[in-house]
Write a protein that binds this ligand. Structure first.
Ligand SMILES: [Ca+2]
Length: 467
């Protein structure tokens, strides 16, 4: 008896409960680009319209304090896909090549390939849509777009902040084709379980989508995000340097077109949401709907003038907090809301855990399984975001603590100050809190890798419109 049962028992123990590769769940991994917390269910912006993302949130567990590992595309995605923080690899910003410092054996997709999955990718998963051979079964690179501004657009934006409605219909948008690819995979017969990574490039700039989405947000109805005068006066020089108030923000104020940029971002989010909706409907209509884990994340947040800052590239709430949703058959319960502070280093180990794959030794994050099962479960660590060497931001349920490389600091009490207007770092009452959070500073903070020219700078105007 013992001889008969032992191998089966071992398989169950080491296979996470799945006796056979074919029994493992599929994974739908939805990567969004530059979507901040302006989704309906997070309540940060009452004007945003994201019914499909909100429907997914209501069907599973929505995290309300999810933070990226790094507030820029390249380091955020390299960390998430490798399990290695920027402080471990030296990939801190765009333009730093992750490929020489992250081995094939370390990536998330390699774990699923090795476990017998079909690993299918489309669109932007890594920055620049880079995908190395041998780490994917198949990759759909998308189609070169021919996008044209709508005749009603006066121009393509303000300085480096690019926006304006397009003359093209949805069907000509690159994300539309990437979603089509995903829908085709749901309809295909699969011999193996699949890991399907769908990477959407909107709402990344330019905030340019078909005009119908702009029409959803009439300019006269647009409200600016909450902001305060002289918000940078209590911020150390290292923070002001990240805000660059004399750059995009000065130009935006000068132009008088701040509301137009907000309108364009909302429109681009609404387009993104529509594509997520098509993808989710494709899954729901397929035979895989009850055996597919869905995880949706965006690589980081975005400022639209808060703290006199535009874009990501900073360590405040707007740049670091974003959408994060899990729907896991048999694990999550509809309507789950989790307020624990988590960062995206959790995604890799959670997916391995849920699929019954071993979590490789090098992976720095922790599985979210306890929170997926019970969103109120204990979670005793802050979310950590790093931007450039030795600059770290720690988010707890109540506070955000930022410590820059020169040891200057910011501290915000989100219960009293959800927009981070009052820096409390010099108040001695918080000395113990700061010390506690400093314990989470990574032990290793390796030097920055050399920067190469950003790959996105290449290519035609049309290609830029899609990136
Ligand atoms: Ca991005």
């Amino acid at each position: 008896m013992v001889r008969t049962f032992l191998p089966l028992l071992l398989l169950i123990v080491y296979g996470g409960g799945f006796a056979d590769a074919a029994d493992r769940p599929n994974v739908l991994f939805i990567a969004i680009d530059d979507l901040n917390h302006w989704v309906g269910h997070l309540g940060r912006n009452s004007q945003t319209r994201t019914p499909h993302i909100d429907r997914l949130a209501a069907a599973g567990v929505a995290f309300t304090r999810a933070n990226c590992a790094a507030p820029a595309c390249n380091p955020s995605r390299a960390a998430l896909m490798s399990g290695l923080r920027p402080s471990t690899t030296g990939v801190y910003d765009n333009g730093q090549d992750w490929k020489p410092v992250i081995n094939k054996s370390q990536t998330l997709t390699t774990q699923f390939l090795d476990a017998g999955y079909d690993v299918l990718g489309a669109g932007k998963i890594y920055h620049g849509s880079v995908h190395r051979p041998g780490e994917w079964t198949e990759y759909f690179e998308g189609q070169g777009p021919k996008l044209k501004l709508h005749p009603s657009a006066p121009d393509d934006g303000v300085g480096g902040i690019k926006f304006g409605p397009l003359a093209n219909p949805d069907e000509e948008m690159p994300d539309y084709h990437v979603v089509d690819y995903g829908i085709q995979q749901f309809q295909r017969k699969h011999e193996k379980p699949f890991f399907l990574a769908i990477g959407l490039v909107k709402p990344h700039m330019p905030f340019s989508v078909p005009k119908a989405y702009f029409d959803m947000f009439p300019l006269e109805s647009i409200e600016l995000p909450p902001h305060t005068q002289n918000d940078l006066v209590d911020i150390p020089a290292a923070g002001v340097k990240m805000a660059r108030p004399n750059g995009d923000h000065a130009m935006m104020l000068e132009s008088g077109r701040w509301k137009e940029a907000v309108q364009a971002y909302l429109a681009t989010i609404a387009f993104c949401d529509a594509q997520v909706g098509r993808l989710l409907e494709g899954l729901e209509r397929s035979p895989h709907k009850d055996n597919t884990i869905v995880v949706l994340w965006s690589d980081h947040g975005w400022h639209l003038g808060e703290k006199e800052h535009w874009r990501k590239f900073a360590l405040w709430e707007e740049a670091t907090r974003t959408v994060f949703i899990w729907k896991v058959p048999g694990v999550t319960t509809a309507g789950g809301i989790c307020g624990r502070p988590v960062d995206f280093m959790t995604i890799y180990p959670t997916l391995c855990d849920l699929a019954g794959l071993p979590i490789p030794e090098h992976v720095e994050g922790h599985s979210l399984r306890p929170l997926l099962q019970d969103p109120q479960a204990a979670w005793n660590r802050p979310a950590l975001t790093t931007y450039h060497r030795n600059n770290h931001s720690f988010r707890t349920e109540q506070f955000r603590y930022i410590r820059y490389a020169d040891a200057s600091e910011e501290l915000y009490d989100h219960d009293a100050d959800p927009y981070e207007w009052h820096n409390l770092a010099d108040d001695p009452a918080y000395a113990a809190l700061k010390r506690d959070l400093q314990k989470f500073i990574p032990e290793k903070n390796v030097p920055e890798l050399p920067r190469k020219a950003d790959g996105k700078a290449k290519g035609s105007k049309a290609r830029k419109a899609a990136s």
